[in-house]
Design a protein around this ligand. Sequence first.
Ligand code: F6R
Length: 608
Amino acid sequence: MCGIVGIIGEKPVAARLVDALKRLEYRGYDSAGVATIHDGQLDRRRAEGKLANLEGRLSAEPLAGNIGIAHTRWATHGVPNETNAHPHFVEGVAVVHNGIIENFSELREALTHEGAVFLSQTDTEVVAHLVAKYLREGMTPRDAMLTTCNRIKGAFALAVMLRDEPDMLMATRSGPPLAVGYGKGEMFLGSDAIALAPFTNEVTYLVDGDCAFVTKSGLEIVDLKGNPLHREKQISQATAYLVDKGNHRHFMEKEIYEQPEVISHALANYVNFADKTVGEKAQALDFKSLTGLAVTACGTAYLAGLVGKYWFERYARLPVEIDVASEFRYREMPLSPSQAALVISQSGETADTLASLRYCKELGLKLGAIVNVRESTIARESDAVFPIMAGPEIGVASTKAFTCQLAVLASLAIAAGKARGHIDRAREREMVRHLAEMPRIMSNVLNLVQPQIENLARELSKCPDVLYLGRGTSFPLAMEGALKLKEISYIHAEGYAAGELKHGPIALIDEKMPVIVIAPYDRFFEKTVSNMQEVAARGGRIIFITDEAGAAASSLSTMASIVLPNVDEIIAPMIFSLPIQLLAYHTAVFMGTDVDQPRNLAKSVTVE
Ligand code: F6R
């Protein structure tokens, strides 16, 4: 979603603001802009499209000034063009905004009635008009900001700069994240600590309803009534990571290859490799006394949750209610405090997931959160936080976060099985041993399948539609394979439960249709092979992703077989994720799409 940056200090800010925006590119955007104040003048440059366009504008017409705000916009209200790009200006007021102002139509109508002229189609512009109006009416900047914040409704983060107050930035947050960073003689604003990482690792995260007044020497935070608030300064982890592509062509490729390493960090947090036990951190929820788990998430994180459902139910006999967060939050499902909620979110900021978490909180459930960003809102609002330790995920399509979410879910499911008396010490030891083998096996598999997958991807890139099939935990993987392929290559793809094939999708099968079947040699294998036979009988082109035992047991002729080593069923979903991710990645590369920032997608979805 949109990214916000601000700097107030003693050195020129424009180039540094754009550098900080580059670190927010991963959130997804379609236009960008920067504004500064210099010699009593407010000025801006904006451009549709990528940041390179904005840099082009700035090099043709540089912006001076030691105070500025900047923005990457992901269009919600109004098309992505220069006029709708932020910052928006009204009479010396400059505003950048992330989120949605829900009552913008009525505010726009009221302001228009009073004579305001709107230049853009955005909801943001009402904020600039409101602040300008209150200043005109004689309010102080602080009161104008607070009064504006009290009039707007919705989920938003705002940074506001005033031409006549060149020593102050104002900001507020009600939904999307916003952090204030501390430098030497300089202060910063940023949508997250990654944006601020080159400047500082000392940050204060604003909380919903906070209004911040930032000068170059400090920060004052008040609530929406103007009462002073104290918020802790924290040392951000974001600076510990270098956000670059290393030797890889894309962040997505780098992140796929990072998995053996990051998954070992994820596991090390929850299991004790030495004595082969699940550790205390995996037991932060009282699994023994729970009557059920309510799991919710969006997109890839939801599909990780679906795999988790199979595990919790099978290994811990713990019933799991799961739904995508956008449905979960409105289903009004009866939940009881004897259940726990488990939300899964890479960013920890996804609006629907956060709303579902709050719904469960209201019903008195204990809240567990599996997140990547430990400082995120979801993490902060949960009782038990299970970090996935994947490091920043920059590619919009989730890869390493997915497998790390799975690793954490597997550890929790073992902890739950143990607590509920369904996994004994010997079984625990065996399962943890399998988890411990995973980084090594992942590394081998990545090297093993890469050349074959590059060749296959060339074929796949010529196909308009692809079907993925799987059973058991391979069913969510089939959906994840389809999601990955469609979001980065724009090829239409569907993931189905293999047993559902004959209830509809079989009508699509012809000799042009590739069908990717994910089938480790598990207890469902024979059944999945029967479904494959149904595809083969209709001339479908099968790409069979299996293991050595599966390849030996099936004599069906396929377009290709990707054969992985035999692995235990507890780690199969993580291992089988790798060829699926690589297939999507290489297909997208062949098609020449913007792999790291696919069209229309955002990394952190902070609106409904
Ligand atoms: C797909 C993808 C998305 C996210 C979804 C949830 O590759 O990345 O489907 O999984 O938007 O995001 P988080 O996990 O940040 O809540």
